[in-house]
Write a protein that binds this ligand. Structure first.
Ligand SMILES: NC(=O)c1ccc[n+]([C@@H]2O[C@H](COP(=O)([O-])OP(=O)(O)OC[C@H]3O[C@@H](n4cnc5c(N)ncnc54)[C@H](O)[C@@H]3O)[C@@H](O)[C@H]2O)c1
Length: 339
C-alpha cells in the first residue's frame, strides 16, 4: 500500500469535535454527501446548538455525541473506529474576551486532549481549524498574508491576541504529535466564516448580520471608521469542501490559508448587504462602540490562498455577492428566523 495520508470519505467514519457549529454542520453535510459511513458530531453545546444541526438530525448516518474536550474519557470513547477527526471546538475572540480561562483550556488543553485521543485510537488524519488570527491584528497586519507571515500583536486587543496565540499553540501541538507519533494532520487557517447558520460569535461576521438586521428594521446601517478597513471572509460551503479535501489529499504536516476569493472593505460590505437586504438608507459613519472588541489591521490586506491549491487542490468558488445572498436567503427562511 502506498504511504499516503489520504483518507477517502466514502465508507469511512469521521468525528467532528465541536461539531454542532457553523463550520461543523456544513462539513457534516459535505462528508455525508460524499458517502461517509458515519459522521459523529461531538459537542458540549457551550456555543453550538441543536438548531445549528437541525437540518441533519434525522440523517441515518449522523450521530450526535454530547461530550467535552476537557474530558479525556469522552474523547477516547468518541474517537474509536474513526478514520478522520476534524477539530473545531474552540473559543473565538469575543468568547475569549469574556472568559480567557475557559478559552485557553479549550483551545489548548482541549486540542491536546483531542490529539491524544486520536493517537490512542489510531485515527488516520486530523484536520485542525486554525485561523488567520495566527497573523495577529493591529497596525503590523497589512499587504499579502502568506503562511510564513509572522504574528503581530502590537496595538491589538488582548482577547484577539490570546485567541491567535492559542491557535498557534494548537497548530504546534499538531506538529508535535506528527513528529513524535506520526499522526497525519492538515492545518487550515480559516479566514472569517460566513454563510447559512451564521452565529453571533465571530467579531467580523457580526458586521454582516448586524447590518442586515438594521436595514430590515428600517434603521441606517453603520460603518466603523472611514470604511476603508479590509475584511477577508470565506463562505462556509467553501470551507466544508476544504475540510473534505484536506482529508482526501495526500498532504500532511502542512498549514495553509483558506480564504475567500477576494477581500472586501467594510464600506463595500455594508453597501452590498444593504443592497441584498432590499435597499436602505446610506450608511452612517461612526467611531468604535465603547467596550466592543474590534479587529483592526494596518490597512489593506489580502489572505493569499495559493498554497491551499498546491497542498490540497482547494480554491474558493463562492464570491461575496453569491455567498451573502445564500446567507440572507437562509436568514429569511424558516430555519434562519428561528435561529
Ligand atoms: N467563525 C469564524 O469566523 C472562524 C474564523 C477562523 C477560524 N475559526 C475556527 O473554526 C472553528 C469553528 O468555528 P465556528 O464558527 O463553526 O465555531 P462555533 O462557535 O460555531 O463552534 C465551536 C463549537 O465548539 C463547541 N465547544 C466549545 N467548547 C467545547 C468543549 N469544551 N467541548 C466540546 N465542544 C465544545 C461549541 O459548543 C461549538 O459548537 C473554531 O475552531 C474557530 O476558532 C472560525
Amino acid at each position: 500500500m502506498p504511504n499516503t495520508a489520504a483518507v477517502p470519505i466514502a465508507g469511512n467514519r469521521f468525528l467532528i469535535v465541536g461539531g454542532a457549529s457553523l463550520v461543523g454542520s456544513a462539513t457534516a453535510a459535505e462528508l455525508l454527501d460524499h458517502g461517509a459511513a458515519e459522521v459523529a458530531l461531538f459537542d458540549n453545546f457551550a456555543f453550538g446548538s441543536e438548531a445549528a444541526i437541525a437540518h441533519l438530525k434525522d440523517h441515518p448516518r449522523l450521530r450526535l455525541i454530547r461530550g467535552d474536550v476537557m474530558r479525556m474519557a469522552d474523547l477516547l470513547a468518541a474517537t474509536k473506529g474513526m478514520a478522520g477527526m476534524l477539530q473545531l471546538a474552540a473559543f473565538m475572540t469575543l468568547s475569549m474576551d469574556r472568559d480567557p480561562w475557559g478559552g485557553l483550556d479549550v483551545n489548548i488543553r482541549g486540542v491536546q486532549n483531542a490529539l491524544e485521543a486520536a493517537r490512542a485510537n489510531a485515527v488516520r488524519k486530523v484536520v485542525f481549524a486554525s485561523s488567520n488570527a495566527t497573523y495577529g491584528y493591529g497596525p503590523g497586519v497589512a499587504g499579502d498574508l502568506v503562511e510564513t507571515t509572522p504574528f503581530h500583536s502590537h496595538g491589538a486587543p488582548p482577547a484577539a491576541i490570546i485567541y491567535g496565540a492559542s491557535k498557534i499553540i494548537g497548530e504546534q501541538l499538531c506538529r508535535d504529535y506528527h513528529r513524535k507519533h506520526g499522526l497525519d494532520y492538515v492545518v487550515l487557517r480559516y479566514s472569517t466564516v460566513y454563510g447559512e447558520r451564521q452565529h453571533y460569535r465571530a467579531a467580523n461576521a457580526l458586521y454582516i448580520i448586524e447590518t442586515f438586521d438594521k436595514v430590515k428594521r428600517g434603521e441606517r446601517p453603520q460603518v466603523f471608521g472611514d470604511g476603508s478597513e479590509t475584511k477577508h471572509f470565506v463562505y462556509v460551503g467553501d470551507l466544508a469542501r476544504a475540510n473534505r479535501m484536506a482529508f482526501e489529499s495526500a498532504a500532511s504536516d502542512v498549514a495553509v490559508n483558506t480564504s475567500g476569493p477576494e477581500p472586501i472593505t467594510t464600506l463595500e460590505l455594508v453597501k452590498l448587504v444593504t443592497e441584498l437586504a432590499g435597499g436602505g438608507a446610506e450608511p452612517e459613519f461612526v467611531g468604535n462602540e465603547s467596550g466592543k472588541v474590534r479587529l483592526t489591521s494596518g490597512g489593506a490586506f489580502r489572505i493569499v490562498h495559493d498554497e491551499a491549491e498546491r497542498a490540497i487542490g482547494w480554491k474558493p468558488l463562492v464570491g461575496m455577492r453569491e455567498g451573502l445572498g445564500r446567507l440572507i436567503a437562509w436568514r429569511e427562511g424558516n430555519e434562519g428566523k428561528q435561529a
